[in-house]
Design a protein around this ligand. Sequence first.
Ligand SMILES: Cc1cc2nc3c(=O)[nH]c(=O)nc-3n(C[C@H](O)[C@H](O)[C@H](O)COP(=O)(O)O)c2cc1C
Length: 197
Amino acid sequence: MTDERKPGHPVNPIFLERWSARSFTGEAMPEGDLLTMFEAARWAHSASNRQPWRFSYALRGDPNFQRYVHFLDDGNQQWGHKAAAIVIVISAKFTTPTDGSEPRPIGTHSLDTGAALQSFTLQAAMMGYVAHPMAGIEKDRIVAELGIDQERYKIEAGIAIGRLADKELLPEKFQEREKKSGRRPLDETAFKGMFRR
Ligand SMILES: Cc1cc2nc3c(=O)[nH]c(=O)nc-3n(C[C@H](O)[C@H](O)[C@H](O)COP(=O)(O)O)c2cc1C
């Protein structure tokens, strides 16, 4: 791992600029900006173009924003409460045929939804926002309060979106981690020919 973001091969700078910061200013955001991020996610690729991603969201200032803050686990709430919007990412496990045929399982529902999440976070970065994905969410609470049928849908993650603030504004325990992380070398990830462990 390196502690800085230097690509070994040329990539668009946005791949290095996007990062999962935690320090948000606490300001609100226009709903149109969030809709642009959903629009980017909308155009993600998916197996057979089945688009199994779904999103539920609340913006700071909405009557149910605090409800969404409480969808985050305790650790994520400590910084996520200053987000401008909180999104819950959900995937559909089955197709929804319109011809009366039986729904069929979507084997790639999580993979496809991960692609949509990546489009969302990159679009946010391009707009000068931070979009921080979170697995640390209260799934039982989300199921109960959003009325999600777990037979048909999987709760995948949350996303906290906001404008970046100084790291000194974070609770102290998060300040040291408030920097861009490195990555494993490419030769530990991409293997020409035979797979290597
Ligand atoms: C599916 C997923 C779940 C994550 N869950 C959390 C989380 O619960 N809390 C948190 O602070 N960060 C979470 N992260 C952020 C990762 O820690 C972060 O993406 C990773 O360290 C790489 O850093 P970067 O996004 O700044 O490049 C999550 C990221 C992903 C993609």
